[in-house]
Write a protein that binds this ligand. Sequence first.
Ligand SMILES: [Zn+2]
Length: 307
Amino acid sequence: MFRAVVSVLLGLGACSAGAEASEPCPGHFAVEVLGSGGPLADDARASAGYLVWIDGEAKVLIDVGGGVFLRFAESGANLQSLDAILISHFHADHVADLPALLKSGSFEKADSPLTITGPSGNAFFPGLDEFLRVTFDKNTGVYRYLSTYIDDRPEWPQLDALEIDAFADETKKIALSGEAKISAIPVNHGAVPALAYTVTVDGVMAVFAGDQSLFSSTFDEALADAEPALLIAHHAISGAKGQPRGLHRDPSSIGDMATEMQAQRLVLSHNMTRALNDRVESLKAIAKIFSGPVEIAEDHSCYTILP
Ligand SMILES: [Zn+2]
C-alpha cells in the first residue's frame, strides 16, 4: 500500500497517478482528488470527485462523477465515516457514480443519516429532491431497489437531503455534526443550476469552485479576500480561441479568481485534454495574474492542509 503523491509543479512532466491503492491522505485536514478529469474519457482520469480527510477518516465527498466509485475504494475511504456528500450540479461527470457508491453503503450499518446536498432545479435540470426521487423512488425510481435510502426506514441507511437554492445571491451554511464547516455558494454554469462549496476546519478553508463561468459574481463576492489554503479550480478550457467560455473559466479568469480570494495554493482539476494540450500557455496566463503556487491534479493527488 502506498500513496501516490503526484501533483506536478507547473504541470510539466505530468505522470499518471496510476490506480494503485492508497492510504488515507495524511494530516488533521487534507483533501484528496479522487477524479481529476472532466466529462470525456480520453485521458484515463476519473470525472470530478474530491474527498476531505480529517485525522485519517474520510468525512466529506464533493461530487461523484464516473470513476469516483473506483477511486473512492482505492483511496481506502469507507462510506460509513462520511458526514456528507455534496453535489455541485447534475451533469453526469459530477454525479453518475452516486447510485453505485450508495449501493456499496447499503451493506453497512449506519448510525445516523448521511447528509446529501445539491442545487435546486430549473426547466433543464432536476433539483436534488427530484433527482433523488427519479433515482430511488420505491415505485418509479430507476434504482427503486435502493429506495430504502429515501423511504424513512431507519433500520436502513438513510439520506438526509438538503436542496439548496442555486439562484440565490447568498452563501448557504450547511449544519453538520462533524468538525468540518460547510458552505454552498451559487455559481454560474450556463443554464445548469450549480454550486461551489467551501470546507473549513479549525478556521482554515478549502474551496471547491466546481464548474463555473466567469459570470459567478455571488461566488466572487462571497470569497473576496477569504485567503483559502487551497483552491481547486476547474481547468476545462484553455485560452485558445474557439473554446466556449459560457460554461467554464479560461485560465486568465482562474488567475483572477485565485488572486481575488488570495488563495494560498491553486490546484487545477477537471482537466480536459483540450486544456492540457495548451498547459504551458495556460499556466503562463495564470502566472501573469496569480503569483502563488499552481499545480495540476492527478487522480489521488493529496493535499495536506493542516498537518
Ligand atoms: Zn464537469
